[in-house]
Design a binder for this molecule. Structure first.
Ligand code: 5GP
Ligand code: MN
Length: 351
């Protein structure tokens, strides 16, 4: 495997790890498989190394990730503020995974930023913007979990990776690449996959829980969104799908029920990008995905102060659903110049 990590940084991190006894691992709000997989994977390793480690997350994890070994030990800030505060106050090292800027931690940000403990950032988003002692930032890598695996190997702790640690790390690889369908052109990711499987990572369980599993209502909600709330914008090669508060409550929406929905319209031939807009209780959540390197991160940044990756991004909007949808529709034309010049016709009959 190519050695992509700067040996000086690896040495620095090893020194920090040797000196610390209480390590807090933390990630972004609305944690996904990569955020939980990377923090929890390192948590297993550090415990094996005899450290007192704790994963502290801004808010609750979705149902699909609760099967991960150790998930029950995670400290959730919105649930246990005093406990999380104590863990962060007592930490002598803080490792931040899968986010590039403090605001991605929402209400947890002031606590983490207020700590005087040295910070390490391990991430794969563009333009990291956080004070830290050691930074591993690789925007081209498949997932923070792949990066965590490489960091562990470079530190010389590969032998200490057990089945539980490997399962957590594989979870992020699988979820961020949508089960090895996007963002995985580098053949070395399959070498990482092989090594994790050799360690006994439970791939079947990850696929069952994170790729396949949904509830009866969740499946009906997605079907409803696709049949009733999806609009094609042919000249922009775009699709916008939305779900209103009323739509969500009609199908007894639970967190995680719309996971993967934004990807589905991209299956239509000739569609370049898909945007999903969900009217949550306190804000509008925007999720976007694209093909051909069309920069949905730019749309999310420009219109909603969000961001992410070129082909997978998101943002938040404080205002009404109608306002959000009209801003989006009115702005699509601004991004036509990013469309590929030659592209197949949309497989779509407009009637
Ligand atoms: P998702 O659509 O799954 O919520 O997020 C896709 C990607 O966009 C993730 O990499 C995530 O980090 C990023 N992302 C999602 N929501 C936001 C947001 O509100 N702000 C920023 N900066 N990035 C986001
Ligand atoms: Mn990620």
């Amino acid at each position: 495997m190519r050695k992509i990590l700067d040996p000086e940084k690896v040495k620095h991190l090893k020194g920090l790890l040797k000196r610390s006894t209480r390590i807090v691992l933390t990630c972004h709000v609305h944690p996904d498989g990569d955020a939980i997989g990377s923090t929890l994977g390192l948590w297993h390793l550090f415990r094996k190394l005899g450290k007192e480690a704790a994963v502290v997350v801004p808010d609750l994890l979705p149902k699909s990730l609760r099967f991960l070994p150790g998930a029950g030990e995670i400290a959730v800030y919105t649930r246990h503020d005093p406990y999380c505060t104590r863990l962060v106050d007592e930490a002598d090292l803080i490792i931040c995974c899968d986010f590039n800027t403090a605001s991605r931690q929402d209400h947890l940000a002031p606590l983490i930023q207020g700590s005087t403990a040295p910070k390490v950032l391990i991430d794969h988003h563009e333009n990291p913007d956080m004070e830290c002692e050691v930074l591993f930032s690789f925007p081209k890598i498949s997932s923070t979990c792949e990066l965590v695996f490489r960091v562990i190997a470079a530190l010389g702790y590969y032998e200490e990776v057990d089945k539980e640690c490997a399962t957590c790390i594989l979870c992020g690889l699988i979820t961020d690449t949508q089960n090895f369908t996007v963002n995985c052109p580098d053949p070395e990711i399959y070498e990482v996959l092989m090594k994790l499987l050799e360690k006994g990572a439970d791939k079947t369980r990850i696929i069952d829980e994170c790729v396949k599993a949904c509830s009866y209502d969740g499946l009906r909600l997605k079907s409803f969104a696709l049949s009733e709330r999806m609009t094609v914008y042919p000249s922009h090669r775009a699709i916008i799908t939305y779900l209103s508060k009323e739509d969500l409550s009609r199908f007894h929406y639970e967190k995680g029920d719309t996971e993967g929905l934004v990807n589905m319209p991209l299956n239509i031939r000739g569609i370049v990008y898909s945007i999903f807009v969900r009217e949550d209780a306190d804000q509008i959540k925007i999720s976007a995905r694209s093909r051909y390197d069309f920069p949905v991160s730019k749309i999310c940044e420009d219109l909603f102060g969000g961001g992410g990756h070129i082909q997978a991004a998101g943002g938040e909007f404080k205002g009404s659903l109608e306002e959000c949808l009209s801003i989006l529709k009115d702005s699509l034309g601004r991004y036509d110049s990013f469309l590929p010049s030659r592209i197949e016709r949309i497989d779509w009959r407009n009637d």
